[in-house]
Design a protein around this ligand. Structure first.
Ligand SMILES: [Mg+2]
Length: 121
């Protein structure tokens, strides 16, 4: 059974809203700035792996789990704020988008291939 509203996601959203309200930061959180921040936090995740070869990446994954987790949490933090502020049901929209993805990338047509959907039609 897929719920439209994830209880845990709602709890996490409450946590980030409380964090923001306690600091009176809502006034800084325009959709534009939150979208930019989402990209910045994703870039901080990328920076961990920047210029590393396959061997170094394996080592980083073993030794920098905390840093990687921190950046993933920063991405989630901003994602929760932005989806809340835009009144987007992230769980419901995620399931809708996955259904779109299943139609766009039918498993029997794309299995094992790395082409964009426009390249195999
Ligand atoms: Mg960060």
């Amino acid at each position: 059974m897929i719920s439209k509203k994830g209880d845990e996601l709602d709890k996490l959203t409450d946590v980030v809203l409380k964090f923001r309200d306690e600091r009176d930061w809502r006034k800084f959180h325009t959709p534009k700035d939150l979208a930019m921040d989402l990209s910045v936090e994703a870039a901080e995740l990328l920076e961990i792996f920047l210029w590393k070869d396959k061997k170094e990446i394996k080592k980083i994954i073993r030794e920098k789990k905390k840093e990687i987790s921190d950046e993933l949490c920063d991405v989630l933090h901003v994602l929760l704020l932005l989806s809340h502020d835009l009144d987007i049901d992230l769980i419901g929209e995620f399931h809708r988008k996955m259904e779109d993805n299943r139609k766009k990338y039918p498993a029997d047509k794309v299995r094992g291939k790395n082409k964009k959907y426009t390249e195999y039609r």
